[in-house]
Design a protein around this ligand. Structure first.
Ligand code: APR
Length: 256
């Protein structure tokens, strides 16, 4: 841990009023959920084009649902780690705090973050492609595979964004708005290669935000980030939060 950088960043945060965070699969790694592109990543073991595209679903909906059912069972065993919990605390620690995630695991919500912006959907939701109805479904395992719409009987799909699909434009616009108006943007646990999410840090930087990367590995963002912490996010975020708290207490004492 780079103690000086951590101190410097705590100094920036203690006076910041608008903070945003973009998270990726890496923030859930310490909760035991596999990432996509790391050494043990899901895309090393599975072929995305067979499981996470509209064509794959049309070709073999049962196979796609078996894979999501397997991931749901994995995620159901996971609990939020220090990284998720710290971000949930920060929701109330800054006048304006935005949490934007690429993750579909729902762990930010479980940690107490109120309405995170879920760019790629949520694995605990299904959608009827015909009516558009989105429902919460936390059955583990799914009782019906593939699940059917209770209203029209058609096959439901996971309420997630697949490769080759567009994100919900309202959600994406809101994410860009939050990133373009923040003073500090944390980019936590993402390889920063999947667009349009990967364009969010650029929008924040162009608006003058301080960019903080938290990732044990370098990414295309590392060159331009103002701070790079090469370590697991759970440890780094909780250490930073303790520094921030200490600074807040000492500045409160000074103003008495
Ligand atoms: N703390 C922080 N970062 C970590 C940790 C950790 N403990 N462990 C791994 N990482 C980093 C890895 O170094 C990697 O850079 O997390 C990143 C995960 O990258 P990806 O697996 O590519 O996941 P992500 O960036 O979220 O992928 C984006 O791609 O497959 C699609 O829709 C899927 O939302 C996903 C999108």
């Amino acid at each position: 841990m780079n103690e000086d950088a951590l101190d410097e960043l705590a100094g920036v945060l203690v006076s910041a009023t608008r903070v945003a965070v973009l998270t990726g699969a890496g923030i859930s790694a310490e909760s035991g959920i596999p990432t996509f592109r790391g050494a043990q990543g899901l895309w090393k073991r599975f072929r995305a084009e067979e499981l996470a595209t509209p064509e794959a679903f049309d070709r073999d909906p049962r196979l796609v649902w078996e894979w999501y059912d397997w991931r749901r069972r994995l995620i159901a065993e996971a609990v939020p780690n220090e990284g998720h919990k710290t971000l949930a605390v920060w929701q109330k620690a800054f006048p304006s705090f935005s949490l934007i995630t690429q993750n579909i695991d729902g762990l930010h919500g479980l940690a107490g973050s109120a309405d995170p912006i879920e760019l790629h959907g949520n694995i605990w939701k299904t959608r009827c492609p015909f009516e558009g109805t989105v429902r919460e479904n936390r059955e583990v395992p799914l009782s019906e595979l593939p699940p059917r719409c209770p209203d029209c009987g058609r096959l439901l799909r996971p309420h997630v964004v697949w490769f080759g699909e567009s994100l919900d434009s309202r959600i994406l616009d809101e994410a860009f708005r939050r990133c373009s108006s923040c003073q500090v943007l944390f980019v936590v646990g993402t390889s920063a290669v999947v667009h349009p999410a990967a364009a969010l840090p650029q929008a924040a930087a162009e608006a003058g935000a301080v960019i903080v990367e938290v990732n044990p590995e370098p990414t295309p963002l590392s060159r331009t980030a103002d701070f790079c912490f090469r370590e697991p996010s759970g440890r780094m975020l909780s250490r930073l939060d303790r520094r921030l708290e200490a600074r807040r207490r000492s500045s409160a004492r000074r103003t008495r």
